[in-house]
Write a protein that binds this ligand. Structure first.
Ligand SMILES: NC(=O)C1=CN([C@@H]2O[C@H](COP(=O)(O)OP(=O)(O)OC[C@H]3O[C@@H](n4cnc5c(N)ncnc54)[C@H](O)[C@@H]3O)[C@@H](O)[C@H]2O)C=CC1
Ligand SMILES: O=C([O-])CC(=O)C(=O)O
Length: 316
């Protein structure tokens, strides 16, 4: 019998959507919810539990109101933190969410010694760095969700342009989850056919720009927060790959230790996911222009990390 436990910290829009979708899929036996808002945590646990009963799923939902109850998870997803508002960049959340991240990490790691942690909170790459630093865990066990989401967005914009191929589009995005992310048009296909065969240069450029702006587009329309359905579903793919040891390759944020020529910096790259978390990094052969774009994206994350080292970790 499936005895896997998934913990979710932060049961706002992303966390609750994730919990609900996961609960109806029978991927794990238990889902543990934790949020600083206790009533919301209890309400979500009740509502989602009632949904699983209606859906005939065996997954059990627990609201954890103290740190000790939130224990023995195989995978923990952290979505705790503020979302941005229209006009803000993800980077504007840096210091506020870093403080939240550190307090969450300190509260969960003593009771979850074997967990793999998936970070969702923004700014994503800097939050993975913060969680690694606060926990001292190895890089394979703390990774970030963004590349699957950005790739799904790119696939959407390709479909929007083409008007066909829904469900047959493979899109690929790497780099940091910010304005400098790197959509990889030469690694993207429609039913195996390269984008250049079916779209003009201008159309491809438009898709790249829309992908980079995909999160901000939804923030502007929502007015009060950011996207949550696609982020939640993208996170489930990572959870499933880890819990079922699927060895699937997805773009995820990880601390680089020399791969792609960078060290001590977190960025989104293709990773093989299995029961040990990030089990392998796949080094793509990038074109010169893509190497320059990736390096620009790395520099943006580097400047956030410098701020964290100065203002949060006091090492500079
Ligand atoms: N990596 C990605 O691709 C994406 C990242 N995000 C990020 O995920 C985060 C969450 O987004 P939403 O769910 O839309 O926000 P939300 O505001 O709906 O939910 C955040 C939750 O975190 C909780 N929280 C705050 N501090 C906490 C603490 N110390 N301990 C426990 N819980 C705490 C809040 O009470 C709230 O329920 C944001 O930072 C957002 O920018 C959102 C979508 C995609
Ligand atoms: O745009 C945001 O702030 C939330 C996010 O990271 C996304 O949806 O890509």
């Amino acid at each position: 019998m499936n005895k896997k436990r998934v913990g979710i910290v932060g049961v706002g829009n992303v966390g609750a959507t994730l919990a609900f979708t996961l609960a109806t899929k029978d991927i794990c036996s238990s889902i543990l919810l934790k949020d600083k808002r206790e009533n919301i945590t209890q309400a979500m646990a009740l509502d989602i539990s009632q949904a699983t009963n209606a859906a005939n799923s065996k997954t059990v939902i627990h609201a954890c109101l103290n740190d000790e109850e939130f224990k023995d998870c195989d995978v923990i997803v952290i979505t705790a933190g503020l979302p941005r508002k229209p006009g803000m960049s993800r980077d504007d959340l840096l210091l506020t969410n870093a403080k939240i991240m550190i307090s969450v990490i300190k509260s969960i790691i003593p009771h979850n010694p074997n967990a793999i942690i998936i970070i969702v909170s923004n700014p994503l790459d800097a939050m993975v760095y913060t969680a690694l630093k606060a926990s001292n865990w190895s890089r394979n066990r703390i990774i970030g969700m963004a590349g699957i989401l950005d790739s799904a967005r790119m696939a959407h914009f390709i479909f929007e342009k083409l008007g066909y191929g829904q469900g047959q589009i493979e899109a690929s995005v790497m780099g940091g989850h910010g304005d400098d992310m790197v959509p990889l048009t030469n690694f993207s296909t429609v039913a195996g056919v390269s984008l250049n065969e079916v779209l003009s240069k201008e159309d491809i450029e438009d898709i790249v720009n829309k992908t980079k702006n995909g999160g901000a587009q939804i923030v502007k329309l929502l007015e009060t927060g950011s996207a949550y359905y696609a982020p939640a579903y993208s996170t489930i793919l990572m959870i499933e790959a880890i819990l079922s040891n699927k060895k699937k390759i997805y773009p995820c944020a990880i601390m680089l230790e020399g791969e792609f020529g960078f060290k001590d910096i977190v960025s989104g790259v293709p990773i093989m996911l299995g029961s040990n978390g990030a089990e392998k990094i796949i080094e793509l052969n990038l074109k010169e222009e893509q190497k320059i774009q990736f390096s620009k994206s790395i520099s943006s994350v580097k400047s956030l990390i410098t701020t964290l080292e100065e203002k949060i970790f006091n090492t500079k």
